[in-house]
Write a protein that binds this ligand. Structure first.
Ligand code: FAD
Length: 556
């Protein structure tokens, strides 16, 4: 058995060496929320499981969503009642898994004279939604008069089209942190989950069944082969690459659509709460306040470019800015206000004749003649149910091959790490308590809120070290220590993007904290000056990429 702390960045090579020698029942390709959910479900049913991720966990779509655990109100418009029901129920389950990470967020739906949402139709739709999603009484929708809407969101004052509104409940999350907590939980149950290892080729036995993979360690460059009784392709937008390699790509191919989010300082769009409103072209977008910023999204356009480099362009930005100015004319939002962005790809399944935003978000499983199982489509919110379905299928294969028996799915009542809470009210109480402790150390309540929403009760680990007078790091430094010790952080990008969300929610904090954070990497991972400047350069490239479209303003 390998070292106790498998997700310590220091132990990565040991984990790679262990993986090389091990025969697995199941190998999951892809460390997004889908793959992480499958690894967790499978390992808890007694399946020996390896998950490989070619970059960092959640570096694909699972760090680039709207970051909502939601019941999918928009699917009601498309009459996908089954999907609304399932995601509605899953929403409650995911909230219970990690209430500190899935925070209740009321959505205000303003209704306008010329908008596509009428008062009666919205009221009926939300009622059906509450029923299908089994929404608790306190969270049930309320229709609002215009005065009530303006009281809740004074910024809408200047909208002369406003006729009323509605309020309903969703949850806000951090998609990357949710994925990482799933990886941690799966690891705790015995799965091996490694980042920066890419699947290169599939291998087959003499009967033509997939029996393993050729892998490449993206850090050392080393390639090696592993065996697996079952291979699951959970590579999201990359899914068809493996179906092609497996010669099993059918007509039901992926249709990738790009979704962009813009980030502006909260002061530039000081919404008191999240809004969900329609855009003149009939689509709907969100504006969501979070920490020091407000984010706006999303677009939905067919994408045929490089899957490994997805960025916002000027057209995306102008579309979103125009949509906000249309609903909130007093905001006078401009491209210049944008301080960060993120862009992701929805791995949807092509439906002939349907436009990007009309294609179903429902997941679909494909099993090829060679036995490779591919899972595509779906939502962050529905990851657990998708994982259950995929694992059920994996078990059919494993039982055929081994005759072994396996346990039933048990993720429904599982708690992720950092969750010692009964419900969200205990999270709020805990934030207050931690804020008192942090105050003595010179930090604010919003620091406490940030820490708990990111790490739950695992924040105690960070706090304990902060209290230790012998230590030299501040909060951000101790966070880096935590992420190196517990979350397989390999570089600054993993830390600033996927573990802490700073690139999106607090981009201004990166430059001032970089020397301290680099110091932590030097102390804990032995980086020298050359490695440190190489890694900082790579972080700077990433910062440049989220604001790349602004160069078009400068050069035009
Ligand atoms: P990914 O997260 O992309 O994971 C696939 C992984 O496979 C990647 O990390 C990739 O690096 C890895 N990989 C690829 N090739 C290889 C290889 N050769 N070897 C090893 N690893 C490999 N859902 C919601 O529920 N709520 C929302 O608010 C929401 N908003 C969204 C907004 C946008 C703009 C988008 C694009 C999606 C949104 N979704 C939302 C949907 C949700 O984000 C996705 O369904 C989900 O994140 C997909 O996860 P995944 O694991 O399937 O794919």
């Amino acid at each position: 058995m390998i070292s106790k702390d498998k997700l310590s960045s220091k132990n990565r090579q040991e984990l790679v060496d262990y993986i090389k020698k091990t025969n697995y029942d199941l190998v999951v390709i892809g460390g997004g929320v889908t793959g992480a959910g499958i690894a967790l479900d499978a390992v808890t049913r007694g399946v020996s499981t390896l998950l490989i991720e070619k970059e960092d966990y959640a570096s694909g779509t699972s760090s680039r969503s709207t970051k909502l655990i939601h019941g999918g109100l928009r699917y009601l418009k498309q009459l996908e009642l089954g999907l609304v029901k399932e995601t509605g129920q899953e929403r409650a389950i995911v909230h219970n898994m990690a209430p500190h990470l899935t925070i209740p967020e009321k959505m205000l739906l303003p209704l306008t004279k010329t908008g596509s949402l009428g008062k009666t139709s919205t009221s009926i739709a939300l009622k059906v939604y509450d029923f299908l999603a089994d929404v608790e009484d306190s969270d049930k929708r309320k229709m609002l008069e215009m005065e009530q809407v303006l009281e809740m969101e004074p910024l809408l004052e200047g909208n002369t089209e406003l006729v009323g509104g509605a309020i309903y409940a969703e949850y806000r999350t951090d998609d990357a942190r949710l994925t990482i907590e799933l990886i941690k939980k799966a690891t705790l149950y015995g799965a091996d989950c490694i980042n920066y290892v890419a699947a290169k080729e599939l291998s087959y036995n003499s009967d033509g069944f997939v029996d393993g993979l050729k892998l490449e360690d993206q850090i050392s460059g080393e390639t090696f082969d592993i065996t697996a009784k079952v291979v699951v392709n959970a590579t999201g937008p990359w899914g068809d690459i493996f179906r092609k390699k497996d010669k099993s790509l059918s007509e039901r191919q992926l249709h990738l659509t790009k979704g962009v989010h813009l980030v502006v300082p909260w002061e530039r769009l000081p919404v008191k709460q999240a809004l969900y409103f329609d855009v003149p072209d009939g689509r709907m977008i969100f504006t969501i306040p979070r920490q020091k910023i407000t984010y706006i999204g999303t677009t939905d356009t067919t994408y045929k470019g490089d899957v490994n480099r997805i960025t916002a362009n000027m057209e995306d930005a102008e579309y979103l800015i125009k949509a906000v100015n249309n609903m909130i004319p007093s905001s006078h939002l401009k491209i210049e206000d944008v301080v960060s962005t993120w862009a992701g790809l929805r791995p949807l399944i092509h439906q002939p004749g349907k436009s990007a935003s009309e294609i179903s978000r429902k997941d679909e499983m494909f099993e090829s003649k060679s036995g490779m199982i591919t899972i595509a489509g779906g939502k962050l919110t529905g990851f657990r149910k998708m994982a259950e379905r995929v694992t059920d299928r994996v078990l059919v294969r494993l039982i055929e091959k081994t005759g072994n028996t396996f346990d039933r799915c048990s993720t429904e009542n599982m708690k992720l790490e950092g969750n010692r809470f009964k419900k969200y009210s205990s999270v709020k109480k805990y934030i207050k308590e931690l804020a008192e402790d942090l105050k003595e150390l010179g930090y604010s309540k919003s620091d406490a809120r940030y820490l708990i929403h990111n790490y739950g009760t695992q924040a105690e680990d960070i706090l304990d070290r902060l209290k230790d007078k012998k230590r030299k790091y501040s909060l951000v430094g101790e966070e880096a220590v935590f992420c190196i010790k517990r979350e397989m952080v390999q570089n600054l990008r993993d830390f600033y993007i996927r573990r802490t969300g700073r690139l999106y929610f607090d981009i201004g904090s990166i430059e001032p904290s970089k020397d301290e954070v680099l110091g932590v990497f030097q102390d804990y991972l032995g980086w020298d000056d050359a490695k440190s400047s190489e890694e900082w350069k790579s972080m700077e490239d990433e910062i440049g990429m989220v604001l790349e479209f602004k160069e078009e303003i400068v050069s035009s």
